[in-house]
Design a protein around this ligand. Structure first.
Ligand code: ACO
Length: 191
C-alpha cells in the first residue's frame, strides 16, 4: 500500500506500535503534519481491512484509535516505492472485559487481550507477513496465542491460527468472540 508521502519518515522501524497518541517514535511527536499522514495511513488500512472482510463499516480508523485503549502494530516494507516505503498491513489488539463460557458451559468473567482487526495487503497475503506481524505482537506482549480472544475471526484468520499456532478446537460462545481449548487453563484471576 503506497502513499504520496514518505512512509519511512513516519515509521522508522519495520514494525511500529501505535496507540491513542498516534505517535510513531520521537519523530512524529509534536509534528501535526506527520500525525495527519499517520491518520491517513490508519484510515486507509481500516477501509481496506473492512473491504477484505466485507464489513459495512471499518473497525479501525485514526479517530477510533485515538479514543480507545488499543494498540496497532503496523508492518512496512522500507525498500519499496523508490525507497519511500510502503505499508504491508496491520494488527490491532486491546483488552476487553468478556463474559465467556468455559468447557462446562459455566460463565467466566475475563479480560483477555483480544485480536480486534488484522489485515495484510491483498497482493502480499500468504507470504508469511501476517505471521511476522503476529509473532512480533506475541513477543511484545509476552503472550501465548491460546490465552487471547478473537473478535469475529474471518475464515482466513481461523485457517491462519490453525496452521501457525495449532488453534483448532474452539469453545462455543454466545458472543462474537472465539477462544480455543486451553484458554481456561493456567489463567490467573482477572487475566
Ligand atoms: N485463504 C485461506 N487461508 C488463508 C488465505 C486465503 N486467501 N490467506 C491466508 N490464509 C491463512 C492460511 O492458513 C495460510 O496458510 P496456507 O497458505 O498454507 O493455506 C496462512 O494464513 C498464511 O499465513 P501468512 O502468510 O502468515 O498470513 P497472511 O500474511 O496472509 O495474513 C491474514 C493472514 C491477516 C488473515 C490475511 O490473509 C488477510 O489480511 N486476510 C484478509 C482480512 C482478514 O480476513 N483479516 C482477519 C479479520 S478477523 C480479525 O481480525 C479478528
Amino acid at each position: 500500500m503506497e502513499f504520496p508521502f514518505d512512509i519511512n519518515q513516519l515509521f522508522s522501524e519495520r514494525v511500529s506500535v501505535l496507540d491513542h497518541t498516534l505517535v510513531a517514535g520521537r519523530k512524529s511527536a509534536g509534528r501535526p503534519d506527520l500525525q495527519a499522514h499517520i491518520a491517513t495511513v490508519i484510515d486507509e488500512l481500516g477501509r481496506a481491512s473492512a473491504k477484505a472482510q466485507q464489513l459495512t463499516a471499518p473497525i479501525t480508523s485514526a479517530s477510533k484509535l485515538q479514543s480507545q485503549k488499543h494498540q496497532l502494530y503496523l508492518l512496512k516494507d522500507g525498500e519499496s516505492n523508490g525507497g519511500r516505503g510502503a505499508v504491508m498491513g496491520f494488527l490491532k489488539v486491546g483488552y476487553k472485559k468478556l463474559f465467556l463460557l468455559d468447557q462446562q458451559g459455566a460463565h467466566v468473567e475475563a479480560e483477555p487481550l483480544c485480536v480486534l482487526d488484522f489485515y495484510i495487503a491483498e497482493n502480499l497475503q500468504r507470504h508469511g507477513y501476517g505471521l511476522e506481524l503476529f509473532d512480533f505482537m506475541l513477543q511484545h506482549k509476552n503472550l501465548e496465542p491460546v490465552l487471547m480472544a478473537y473478535d469475529r475471526p474471518s475464515p482466513k484468520f481461523l485457517s491462519f491460527l490453525a496452521k501457525h499456532y495449532c488453534l483448532k478446537q474452539s469453545i462455543p460462545q454466545v458472543n462474537n468472540f472465539v477462544v480455543f481449548d486451553g484458554f481456561f487453563l493456567n489463567r490467573s484471576v482477572g487475566q
